[in-house]
Design a protein around this ligand. Structure first.
Ligand SMILES: Cc1cc2nc3c(=O)[nH]c(=O)nc-3n(C[C@H](O)[C@H](O)[C@H](O)COP(=O)(O)OP(=O)(O)OC[C@H]3O[C@@H](n4cnc5c(N)ncnc54)[C@H](O)[C@@H]3O)c2cc1C
Length: 450
């Protein structure tokens, strides 16, 4: 039986794994390292966040983006956008140095069992573990507007489906959305020879201002403090004290998660975009239909005016919506009864990221309604990794069996024997997954398992 299975090997999963290994936990990390960044973002993109706020987290704080770049002669500085390729390589370097090796396996099921969870992967591995951290990032939660959902992928795609935009050269492409992904995708499409327009519900495109210098007068710093998510007091609260956000009423947190740090383009993108991409503002997409090998979009403005656009392809750069309903890997017996934040479908988490099901933790986007918007960014990984590992250690120290929710109890008892049979080394490493080495310096499982 493992102490912990971390599902996901993005900035959150890798950071949590690093802290957990240093704490001596016996863990497995499942997921493709930096998958969102390697597979789901077009080449040519840049980080929107500042390099100093884009570190993955190890307990010693030595595996920083700056350390990685400086060893390779790459300049990183405040106010200079960093290519996502460099960040992706940094994340992979972090994963290979600061955390136990992640195994490229897809978790298909997490089921409660007698002393924790049974985790199964598409590759055939079956693991039994006392605790699980779900850090699956944003991809399971892609959001497409209703009218686009029934159209075939040849005509409509989500922005995160594209690593290479060159296939749209000379095509007419409509990008729906007004955030950084929409604006940067549109600029890249235009630069790659596509005829592109952006359709936005908003009446203007918001652009972030260039960052203020890090060294400023005390007065300026007090008025508009720097923080991991930019400048200003609201952002400071969200990024520097996410624990305080969690103390707010659920309905307010739900509102903050939905509205804070709304769509805006990075300051460095503005010239590239405005020069090259026409925008249809105040345009709500009310219908979409296939017309041969094109799509006809029906756009309604607030004053009721209707306009139609015919286009070869629609890219929905409409973000991600954290909903447990999308987490099909999580057994219905747990998913259906987890406490939610307000009326949302996101899990309510305690101060250490544990859900209402003992031993089940969430990090990343699904934690946003609990801890605020920093959980959508790499910056939040440091806070999350520390807290999650504290929570896991507390749970492991618990002498009692975790309280298994009622709906899962009968199943759990039935499975008890089977699960115990699975705890031997053969069962733990069965299937094609490889067992990772234990992290250097860890105290070994017995030190923390009770
Ligand atoms: C276009 C774009 C640009 C962005 N730019 C920035 C930026 O500049 N700065 C910033 O801070 N944030 C940015 N973000 C947000 C960014 O996605 C998050 O900050 C960060 O990647 C979240 O890390 P994560 O570990 O939660 O998830 P991810 O990075 O999404 O990683 C998810 C992990 O989960 C794994 N996984 C998923 N499902 C399963 C499964 N069933 N079984 C096993 N493993 C699974 C994946 O393989 C992957 O390893 C951007 C997002 C997008 C879409």
């Amino acid at each position: 039986m493992y102490d912990l299975v971390v599902v996901g090997a993005g900035p959150y999963g890798l950071s949590i794994a690093s802290h957990a290994a240093a704490a001596g936990l016996n863990l497995r990390v499942l997921g493709r390292p930096m998958a969102s960044w390697r597979d789901h973002m077009p080449k040519g993109m840049f980080l929107k966040s500042e390099p100093w706020s884009s570190n993955l987290s190890d307990p010693a704080g030595t595996h920083t983006l700056a350390a990685y770049c400086s060893a390779r002669g790459i300049t990183v500085e405040h106010g200079r956008p960093l290519p996502i390729g460099t960040f992706t390589e940094y994340g992979q370097w972090f994963g290979s140095r600061a955390a136990p090796p992640a195994e490229e396996q897809t978790v298909t099921s997490i089921v409660p069992c007698a002393r924790g969870f049974r985790v199964e992967t598409a590759e055939g591995d079956v693991l039994v573990t006392r605790t699980v951290v779900v850090a699956v990032g944003v991809m399971p939660f892609m959001h497409k507007p209703g009218p686009l959902r029934k159209l075939p992928p040849a005509l409509v795609s989500h922005s995160s489906r594209h690593r290479d935009l060159s296939r749209f050269k000379d095509k007419d492409v409509t990008v729906v959305g007004a955030g950084q992904a929409a604006l940067e995708t549109a600029a890249l499409l235009a630069e790659g020879g596509a005829h592109v327009r952006v359709v936005a519900r908003t009446d203007r495109i918001n652009w972030n201002s260039p960052p203020q210098p890090l060294q400023r007068s005390l007065l300026k710093s007090l008025r508009d403090p720097h923080c991991g998510l930019g400048t200003g007091w609201p952002s400071w609260v969200y990024s520097e004290i996410p624990w305080a956000v969690r103390k707010l009423p659920g309905a307010l947190r739900q509102h903050i998660a939905r509205t804070a740090l709304g769509p805006a383009g990075a300051w460095w993108l503005r010239d590239r975009f405005e020069f090259a991409v026409p925008v249809l503002l105040s345009s709500r997409l009310s219908a979409a239909e296939q017309m041969g090998d094109q799509v006809r979009l029906r756009l309604e403005s607030v004053d009721g005016a209707v306009r139609t656009v015919e286009t070869d392809h629609v890219v929905a750069a409409t973000g991600f919506s954290p909903r447990l309903a999308r987490l099909s890997m999580l057994d219905e017996s747990i998913r259906s009864i987890l406490h939610r934040v307000g009326t949302s479908d996101a899990p309510e988490l305690n101060a250490r990221f544990e859900s209402s099901h003992p031993g089940l933790f969430f990090a990343g986007l699904l934690a946003t309604p609990s801890f605020g918007p920093s959980m959508r960014f790499v910056y939040g990984a440091t806070f999350a990794a520390n807290r999650v590992v504290q929570g896991v250690q507390r749970r492991l120290a618990e002498p009692r069996l975790p309280t298994v929710p009622h709906a899962a109890r009968s199943r759990t008892i039935e499975q008890h024997r089977t699960d115990d049979q699975l705890t031997g080394p053969t069962a733990q490493s069965q299937g094609r997954g490889q067992r990772p080495r234990r992290a250097q310096g860890g105290r070994g499982p017995t030190a923390v398992r009770r």
